[in-house]
Design a protein around this ligand. Structure first.
Ligand code: HEC
Ligand code: HEC
Length: 203
């Protein structure tokens, strides 16, 4: 290789490579920003923060839309007088293309249920309640939900418990059919369901 060609390559090659990888690089950074809270591959190790790996593509996008519309409030991150969750701003900041790419990415990661303590007696009661009221939409014991519902089986209990509070206090909008069923539940029923979901992981 003559010297001038080498010089050209040494100047232009890094530039070319930089242009070629820039979008992918941005995407990696975007994924990392999610992983800062949601854990590697979306498998959160923080009991307050949901696992977001392994949702259906559709379900993931639906959740992003729900945040964009401001229909959910995350109590942990909401400062007094400030009704929005960080996720609302994060979801609003995503372009449709980014949201689709993130849905592709996280739906292809395996959902890894964490080990959680379970009261088996309560879990058995929870199973009966689940089959009667929830299985219709949260199919396969909440592991393979219908298109737009999230995974319940193996999700963090403290996160799910907060969602029940949010449903009942009207802080999170949910399908009317579901709310009617949630309102039928006693506090004990909810604890039974939480133990049941904690006892389940993805098969
Ligand atoms: C500062 C921490 C933080 C960051 C950064 C963050 N999230 Fe979240 N995310 C949360 C919390 C907390 C919740 C639970 C919100 C609630 O309680 O309603 C959540 C909920 C979600 C949910 C709903 C899960 C479910 O089960 O319904 C999805 C999907 C999600 N985040 C995706 C993302 C994506 C994609 C990114 C990166 C672009 C991201 N998050 C970045 C903290 C974060
Ligand atoms: C008519 C269908 C339907 C029925 C029946 C139903 N759900 Fe849901 N559920 C949904 C949908 C859809 C979502 C997602 C809603 C959203 O993100 O706005 C959801 C979300 C949830 C979530 C939040 C999950 C998360 O990751 O944040 C919980 C918890 C939940 N359902 C529990 C239950 C329980 C318990 C029952 C039975 C008592 C039940 N659902 C019955 C459709 C249903």
């Amino acid at each position: 290789m003559n010297r001038s060609l080498m010089l050209k390559l040494s100047v232009f090659l890094p530039l070319l490579v930089a242009t070629a990888v820039a979008p992918a690089d941005d995407f990696v950074k975007l994924v990392q920003s999610c992983e800062n809270c949601h854990g590697k591959d979306g498998n959160s190790t923080t009991p307050d923060v949901p696992i977001i790996a392994g949702f259906s593509h559709e379900g993931f996008l639906n959740t992003i839309d729900v945040f964009r519309e401001g229909d959910r409030i995350a109590l942990k991150f909401h400062k007094p007088g400030e009704p929005e969750t960080v996720m609302n701003d994060i979801a609003k900041g995503l372009s449709d293309e980014q949201a689709r790419n993130l849905a592709d990415y996280f739906s292809q990661r395996g959902f890894k249920p964490p080990k959680q303590s379970v009261n088996t007696e309560l879990a058995r009661r929870g199973e009966v309640i689940h089959k009667r009221l929830c299985e219709k939409c949260h199919t396969d014991n909440g592991a393979h939900p219908v298109e737009d519902a999230a995974i319940l089986a193996g999700q963090w209990t403290p996160y799910l418990r907060r969602q029940f509070d949010n449903f009942l206090s009207g802080k999170r909008m949910v399908p009317r059919t579901m709310l009617r069923r949630i309102k039928e539940l006693s506090k004990d029923d909810i604890e039974a369901l939480l133990n049941f979901y904690a006892s389940k992981g993805m098969p």
